[in-house]
Design a protein. Structure first.
Length: 132
């Protein structure tokens, strides 16, 4: 078995594509338009399946926001330097949406450096420092 993708419903597809590609450095891998079914898809990630998991951004026509609920936690992304990534997010997110919700620092009870950000739709993304 292999994790292929995670789907997130978004209120503005282009805004979300811009956030994930311009703020988080992912690639737009492919798009699909389904006007008869009233939805569009965009797949983003750091590489394509099957080598990398992807995020499927789903825009349902006419729906601008969703209640995320309490069951969803977050997406985790490994980064080489949490503080530098947060600085880049802070610079770019003002124009593209998203925010830092937990500044860089060690995880509670440990030493791993983490931070949390949100995307323009409010989904939480944990940044975890990996390597030097």
């Amino acid at each position: 078995m292999q994790l292929l993708h995670t789907m997130l419903r978004v209120g503005n597809l282009q805004r979300s594509i811009d956030f994930y590609t311009q703020v988080l450095g992912m690639q737009l891998l492919r798009t699909t338009q389904r006007p008869d079914q009233k939805y569009d898809l965009a797949f983003v990630g750091y590489g394509k399946n099957p080598e990398h998991a992807e995020i499927e951004l789903t825009y349902n026509y006419g729906v601008e926001s969703y209640d995320i609920g309490t069951a969803f936690g977050h997406i985790a992304i490994g980064v080489p330097d949490v503080a530098a990534t947060c600085a880049a997010v802070r610079e770019k997110a003002s124009a593209l949406g998203g925010a830092i919700t937990r500044e860089p620092g060690p995880v509670k009870g440990g030493t791993t450096m983490i931070a949390f950000i949100t995307d323009p739709d409010g989904y939480k993304i944990e940044l975890i420092q990996r390597g030097a």
